[in-house]
Design a protein around this ligand. Structure first.
Ligand SMILES: Cc1cc2nc3c(=O)[nH]c(=O)nc-3n(C[C@H](O)[C@H](O)[C@H](O)COP(=O)(O)OP(=O)(O)OC[C@H]3O[C@@H](n4cnc5c(N)ncnc54)[C@H](O)[C@@H]3O)c2cc1C
Length: 389
């Protein structure tokens, strides 16, 4: 019997398992694949506050504060680099968007400034194209290594006594008399007094027996990763409309994406050393978009030798904000879903929030914007707009 079963070893579930174990609870972390197998491995892994919805800004700022000491706390590298984020404009419409972001977020107290022309932009990032017209610059944004970070959370949770069960799929959450009693998996039953669902795009399948469906659109984003290359860019570089984003990792590899596009619907599974892994293959046209868009912003990227390409799936809600809440009608079930392409940065804070909710403690964060019931008057996709990177 576990005190808490956490479903999903992405950054949300792994951070939650760590926080619960740190609080002294008996935790079992279950994943049908393994750590960072889905969005938390597919991600660009930008750690940014700039460009956030005002409701998410307090969470993102608290997360960025946690990121600075996270590797030390977890006792393993996260490769977190606080090297800034530039959101660039390529035409008049994008210039207006970027100016608006700077105005609003500087007023909200973020350390974001406007680099008003190409000269100012290239003084900060000389490798950017002469065609970039202006950019926002947030020096306290950055990035991290996603697999290293999730692995570090899992290992730290294990050291604190958490049990991990990977390659095991939760089939349903069990409940009786309005209270959760555990989970049934494809390998057995785990009794538990509390369950955290952090299952990304598969979350709705676990909610269906409660009569709940979060309105999710599931688009795909193409990612290219190169061989190590000479460092020419320090910052995460993104466009005002987020139709491409890229950075150089701690090891010099480029990690570059396009924007969200409709998913072709195919999720392949491969066997890697006895463990299954999910893959979404990008189309050739999407790969070409990444090269053309980012290559136009950072010409040096065109010389990169591509090692790997993949696509990642987003759990996009109608308002592009996640759900962080109790599941109504069943005491003891907590849900995190719908990070809409920007949940990696939030991971450390998400873990703290879910651990508090699961223990019935009040959260220090304002969680009203993340309630499960808020979609009743929204149509799926109507207000969807999101940024990653
Ligand atoms: C291409 C791309 C770029 C992105 N860029 C950024 C960025 O720059 N910055 C940022 O902050 N965010 C970014 N994001 C978003 C961010 O990566 C995600 O919001 C975040 O990783 C979500 O983490 P999660 O733990 O909630 O979900 P996931 O990482 O998807 O984890 C869910 C886990 O649950 C497991 N699971 C599902 N169902 C079951 C079941 N029934 N039983 C057992 N296990 C189950 C899965 O195997 C999976 O490991 C990006 C996402 C993508 C795809």
């Amino acid at each position: 019997m576990a005190d808490v079963v956490v479903i999903g070893a992405g950054i949300s579930g792994a951070a939650t398992a760590y926080q619960l174990a740190r609080d002294g609870l008996g935790v079992t972390l279950v994943d049908c694949f393994g750590p960072a197998a889905m969005a938390s491995g597919w991600t660009l892994a930008g750690v940014r506050q700039s460009g956030r919805h005002p409701a998410e800004l307090p969470l993102a700022r608290a997360a960025v504060a946690m990121w600075s000491t996270l590797a030390e706390e977890l006792g393993a590298p996260t490769h977190y680099r606080r090297s800034g984020n530039l959101r660039v404009a390529r035409d008049a419409q994008e210039m207006e968007i970027v100016r608006g972001v700077v105005r609003e977020q500087a007023a909200a107290g973020l350390d974001i400034t406007l680099l008003p022309d190409n000269q100012a932009v290239r003084a900060v990032a000389p490798a950017l194209s002469e065609k970039v017209l202006l950019a926002s610059y947030c020096t306290s944004d950055g990035s991290a290594d996603p697999l290293a970070t999730v692995t570090a959370f899992v290992a730290a949770a294990e050291r604190l006594g958490a049990i991990t069960r990977f390659g095991e799929r939760v089939l349903r959450v069990e409940h009786a008399n309005g209270r959760v009693t555990g989970v049934v998996t494809d390998k057995g039953t785990i009794a538990a007094g509390r369950v955290v669902i952090a299952a990304g795009i598969f979350g709705n399948a676990l909610l269906a027996p409660f009569g709940i469906a979060i309105p999710l659109d599931i688009p795909m984003v193409t990612v290219l990763r190169s061989a190590p290359a000479e460092r020419v860019v320090e910052q995460v570089i993104s466009t005002a409309t987020a139709n491409c984003t890229g950075r150089q990792q701690h090891d010099g590899r480029w990690r570059v994406t396009n924007g969200a596009e409709p998913w072709h619907g195919v999720l392949n599974e491969t066997d890697e050393g006895g463990r299954k892994r999910p893959h979404v293959r990008p189309t050739a046209a999407m790969v070409a978009d990444v090269v053309n868009r980012y290559g136009a912003l950072v010409p040096a990227f065109r010389d990169a030798q591509i090692e790997e390409s993949w696509a990642g799936l987003l759990d996009l809600t109608p308002d592009a904000l996640p759900v962080l809440d109790h599941v109504p009608g069943c005491e003891g079930v907590v849900l995190a879903i719908g990070f809409s392409g920007h949940g990696f940065c939030l991971g450390p804070v998400t873990g703290r929030i879910l651990a508090d909710l699961a223990q019935g403690k009040p959260s220090p964060f304002p969680l009203d914007p993340f309630q499960i019931g808020r979609f009743q008057n929204l149509r799926p996709g109507r207000e969807a707009a999101t940024l990653h990177g």
